[in-house]
Structure formats: C-alpha cells, structure tokens
Design a protein around this ligand. Structure first.
Ligand code: COA
Length: 320
C-alpha cells in the first residue's frame, strides 16, 4: 500500500508585509533581506490565526480532492504555534470544517513538521487504521518573534497548507525522519513552563531564538545527506526526480542543497520570495501552488525535504 496525495489547499496570512515595511520598524533594508534570504515580502495573519488559516487550507484541499469533510477519518496538524495547549489545533480544524468522523491530533516538529506528519499518515494508511487522512502544516510564527530583533523578525511569515491522502496499490512512498535533541539550543522558542505557587517563579513566554549561522550549516549538510541516503536506499537515480520541494527557509540554503546534490536549480521550485519562512506550512503551500498551476503530473517522482527546530530533519520520496 502506497500513499497518494489526492488534493491540496493553502491559505496565507491576510496582511502583506514588505521588506520596506520592516525597514520602518527595525534597522534593516530590502537589499539586505533580499540578498541574504531571497525574501521580498511575507504574509502575517491578523484575524485567522493558526486554526483559521489551517481550516481554510483544509476546506480547499477537500474541495480539490473532491471529498466532503465528513469523509475524513483522521486530521494530523503539524504546528509549533497551536492557539491552545489543549484542545489541540487539529480538533479546532475538525470543528471548523465539520469533519465529524475524524480523529484529530497535532504533531510538533517545527519546520520539519509536515514531512513528519505525512510519514505518520503513510504509516496509518499502511496499517489500515485510517483510510482518508487530512495532513496540514500551519504556523503563526509572527506571534513568537521579537519584532525588535532584526536578525529573526525579517525571516518568518504566517500560513497554512493541507493535503488529503489516501492509500493506493500503485505508486511509491518512502521516507526518512531524523532528530538531534542535543543541538536543540540552536533554534528554540520557550513555552510557558515555569512558575507555580511553590517555586516562586513568574511564568514567562520566550521569543523565538536562533543561531542563524549554525542553522544554515546544519541545513546545507543534513538535507542533501538525507536526500542522498533516501535515493540510494530506494535505488532511484537523481535523473528520475522531477522536483525537489524543500522547506522554504532561505533561498541560499536551497541553492546550496542543489549544488551539493549536483542537480539543476530548476528542479527546486521556490516561493519564499512571497511568503518568507512559514515553518510547517512552506512545503504544503508550495505543493498546492504547483498542483493548481498544473506543474505536477501523475507518475512524477518528487522529493520533499524539511529541517528545523529540534533539531529535526527528514525527506520523502513519493510519486505524484
Ligand atoms: N538587516 C540588516 N542587518 C542585519 C539583519 C537585518 N535584518 N540581521 C542581521 N544583520 C546584521 C548582523 O547584525 C551582522 O552585523 P555585524 O556584522 O555588524 O555584527 C551582519 O548582519 C551579519 O550577520 P550574520 O548573522 O552573520 O548574517 P548571515 O549572513 O549569517 O545571515 C541569516 C543571517 C539569518 C539570513 C542566515 O544565517 C540564515 O539564513 N540562517 C538560517 C536561518 C533559518 O533558515 N532559520 C530557520 C530554519 S527552519
């Protein structure tokens, strides 16, 4: 049993914020942001939030798949920015779209979340536990960044992307998931975990904190390594891959991965220019744009690969 994507949808934050807009609030410039990252603008959510964007993307994915939300039997949401500790964000989506027959839970693996969630969905389809699964990547990182810190606030945007998957006797699906918790301090965002009536500490919410250069080095090493391992294990030649759909964190990271894999940059579609890094949402948003533009044909072999906080990283080789 293989896993096939039968529909896609996406929804970005409602408000466009350009590099020039950011230059009004921190000492930066359009030129610095563009040349270091490729980002020209990003979209921030004003009203929808994580669950609102996720629900909108999910409805569009169901429509695109030609199914009713009642037909879903599981919703997996990859997010690091749920609106509540509980209920989970997937339950919020379930309620908003009326997926009354679906179980629902979240997966937390930062920017790698969608790649981990899709592999989790695949395992459930193979086991026969569920038959029609909605996999969503959604994040609202604009609520976690320090808008006075120019080294992080220019990089991120808000958005959601969703896919509906079903089992298929034909096709192929293989994945790799990796983690290195010993390097967690490179990219963190502290939750409200301190402080109770006994220890005298005040609960504080932390801002997103990142060692940019370390993350850069980690990504350009681990992503090509993991993709190469996957192709080798499955005995697939690079020439057979139609597209590498990578987490959109930085144009220079993607260019460097292409170079290390010795593959042409044309095989690495990008939309970071418009959205910035939307964390777990980057890959499904890009998939949705490519699907709706007719760029994906049945039988195309594609590689998806993500990396991020944890540290976590992973890749999927699948047939469209
Ligand atoms: N505008 C202008 N200057 C800025 C700036 C900004 N937005 N952010 C940082 N700078 C300055 C720094 O203060 C530093 O100044 P200094 O030399 O006077 O100290 C200078 O630019 C260079 O900073 P540095 O951090 O060395 O830049 P860089 O070339 O490494 O680029 C990143 C920074 C963040 C773009 C890059 O490291 C990166 O993309 N890392 C990966 C981050 C990522 O993808 N995270 C998400 C993973 S899921």
């Amino acid at each position: 049993m293989m896993t096939r994507i039968i529909g896609t949808g996406s929804c970005a934050g409602e408000s466009i914020v350009t590099n020039e807009d950011l230059a009004q609030i921190v000492e930066t410039s359009d030129e610095w942001i563009r040349t270091r990252t490729g980002i020209r603008e990003r979209r921030l959510t004003t009203e929808l939030g994580t669950s609102g964007m996720a629900a909108e993307a999910s409805m569009r994915a169901c429509e695109n798949a030609g199914i009713r939300p009642e037909e879903l039997d599981l919703i997996l949401l990859a997010t690091s920015t749920p609106e509540y500790c509980f209920p989970n964000g997937a339950c919020q989506i379930q309620a908003k779209i009326g997926a009354v027959n679906a179980a629902a839970f979240d997966i937390s693996a930062a920017c790698t979340g969608f790649v981990f969630a899709l592999q989790t969905a695949h395992s459930f389809l193979v086991s026969g536990a569920f038959r029609t699964i909605l996999v969503v990547g959604a994040d609202d990182l604009s609520k976690t960044v320090d808008w006075k810190d120019r080294s992080t606030c220019v990089l991120f945007g808000d958005g959601a992307g969703a896919v509906v998957v079903k089992g298929d006797e034909k096709g192929s699906f293989h994945g790799i998931m990796k983690a290195d918790g010993s390097r967690s301090q490179v990219l963190t965002c502290r939750a409200r975990t301190e402080g109770n009536f006994r220890n005298g500490k005040t609960p504080e919410l932390g801002y997103l904190h990142m060692d940019g250069q370390e993350v850069f080095k980690f990504a350009v090493k681990k992503v090509p390594e993991c993709i190469s391992q996957l192709l080798e294990e499955q005995q697939v030649e690079k020439e057979e891959i139609r597209y590498y759909i990578l987490h959109q964190a930085n144009e220079r990271i993607i260019e460097s991965v292409a170079k290390r894999l010795k593959e042409p940059l044309e095989k690495f579609p990008m939309n970071i220019q418009q959205y910035g890094n939307t964390s777990a949402a980057t890959i499904p948003i890009l998939l949705d744009e490519m699907n709706r533009a007719g760029k994906l044909n049945r039988g195309d072999q594609i590689v998806l690969s993500g990396f991020g906080g944890g540290l976590t990283w992973g890749a999927i080789l699948m047939e469209w």
